[in-house]
Design a protein around this ligand. Structure first.
Ligand SMILES: *Cc1c(COP(=O)(O)O)cnc(C)c1O
Length: 451
């Protein structure tokens, strides 16, 4: 046991050869901080009558501290859960072309707000706007930070201190604190709830419109839940007709929104952006990183008169999208224009894998590992889209001590692996593992199975 007074000084530790290396790697200031913290820890232990670390242990503590301080806390993981738009795992992985475009604008300067034809100031909004117009036929478009900010901007710019009608069946909460009544309150709009939890009729909207001046009608998609049984909600076209008769705009919060029809992949129908516009919605809002398959963004499309009001509102600046997002989003949108979205956008590629494709992948994993067994299972779309809908998949089930312990060990892999439990088995779903991650995944699994 080392005596307290025999603890080395900061200067003595700085002369140790490993510390010299750390100074070169991490810088002197940070290394000295780590030394001070390690010595402080040693003094604390002394005061608590615990054994005080010797020099070797002190160096280990210093190295450990430096390593943990510097290691990026945000890092790639392997998503083997089979949940395609996993909100906790960063939602949509991006297409190669989108990543390339984001990389190139991040690296240097760009014409973000510079008109290359005139040599004058331009607008960052034009880049994605034209593509969105071309895909959807919308008059105008605006891209902001995420869909939550899109809704906040719409309500603030168009309905502050005024009334907004919403069906009681649509007062939704999306994970992570997005609750429509709270967003409404934040915007300063006054919420007029109509109907009941399970049944809302067109006449409920009519009554509300007759009784007071209304700024807009908001419709929100039941993204992450289903109401079944004795239920009814007016269709979008009927609601639009009613709104327009009263001279009130209708805003449709689609949440995910899809440009492709999910039913062609054996899923239920996720409302499409084009359908909302065709039904006459004046503004349609949706996320960039749900079924669109792009970077985090909120997209608002619709009538020019309304979008112009949003663009001019001071909040628009506070929630604007950055250049890296706009670059990635634009390229993601071009995949739709070129009719290659199901091949190039990872989210759609994952949705379109057949059971046979997945059995092939899982079999390859099994061949290489020579451990585990294949099970049939179900993948889900996630990210607040298509609740209760599943896609048939083939899972690799592994026996690794207790399944919960095994989950911990997978998460501790150099590239952490997030799996899931099915009937007390630890299972890995190939649907959401990017093919280029197979090598790293199998390397880690081999190591873990060997220990
Ligand atoms: C997901 C979702 C939102 C929030 O979108 P973010 O892009 O996550 O901010 C809002 N409304 C609905 C209906 C949603 O599904």
């Amino acid at each position: 046991m080392t005596e307290r007074r025999s603890l080395p000084s900061v200067d003595q530790l700085l002369r140790a050869s490993s510390v010299t290396e750390w100074v070169a790697e991490y810088g002197r200031t940070l290394t000295v901080q780590a030394i001070r913290e390690a010595l402080e820890e040693a003094r604390k232990r002394y005061l608590q009558n615990q054994s005080v670390p010797d020099d070797q242990e002190l160096l280990e503590i210093i190295g450990y501290l430096l390593n943990t301080w510097i290691r990026p806390s945000l890092q790639p993981v392997i998503n083997a859960t089979g949940v395609i738009l996993h909100t906790n795992l960063g939602r949509a992985p991006l297409s190669q072309a989108a990543i390339k475009a984001m990389n190139s604008v991040a690296q240097g300067y760009s014409n973000l707000e510079y008109d290359l034809d005139t040599g004058r100031r331009g607008s960052r909004l034009v880049h994605a706007e034209q593509l969105l117009q071309r895909i959807t036929g919308a008059e105008s478009a605006l891209v902001v930070n995420n869909n939550a900010s899109a809704i906040l901007l719409v309500l603030t710019a168009l309905a502050r201190r005024r009334r907004v009608i919403i069906a009681r069946s649509q007062l939704i909460e999306i994970g992570g604190g997005f609750r429509l009544p709270d967003v409404m309150a934040q915007s300063g709009a006054r919420m007029v709830e109509v109907g009941t939890t399970n049944r809302v009729h067109l006449s409920d909207f009519q009554k509300a419109l007759d009784n007071q001046p209304i700024a807009l009608i908001l419709r929100a998609h039941h993204s992450n839940f289903k109401i079944i049984g004795f239920t009814s909600e007016p269709g979008l076209s009927e609601l639009v007709k009613l709104a327009h008769q009263a001279g009130v705009p209708l805003v449709d919060d689609l949440g995910s929104g899809a440009f492709l029809d999910t039913t062609q992949f054996g899923l239920g129908h996720e409302p499409m952006v084009q359908e909302s516009l065709a039904a006459g919605a004046d503004l349609v809002c949706f996320s960039g990183d749900k079924l669109l398959g792009g970077p985090q963004a909120g997209i608002i499309i619709g009538r020019t008169g309304l979008i112009d009001k949003l663009k001019k509102h001071p909040l628009a600046r506070a929630v604007r999208a950055d250049k890296v997002c706009l670059a990635g989003l634009s390229v993601t949108l071009t995949h739709y224009l070129k009719g290659e979205a199901d091949r190039e956008i990872p989210v759609w590629r994952m949705i379109s894998y057949s059971l046979k494709d997945l059995q092939g992948r899982a079999n390859q994993w099994l061949d290489q590992l020579r451990k585990g067994e294949l099970l049939l299972g179900e993948s889900t779309v996630g990210g607040g889209s298509l609740p209760e809908e599943t896609l048939p998949t083939c899972l690799l089930a592994l026996k690794l001590g207790s399944p919960n312990q095994a989950m911990v060990r997978l998460r501790q892999a150099p590239t952490p692996i997030v799996a899931r439990l099915q009937e007390n088995h630890l299972v890995l779903d190939p649907r959401t593992v990017l093919p280029e991650q197979d090598g790293v995944l199998l390397e880690s699994l081999t190591q873990i199975l060997k220990d």
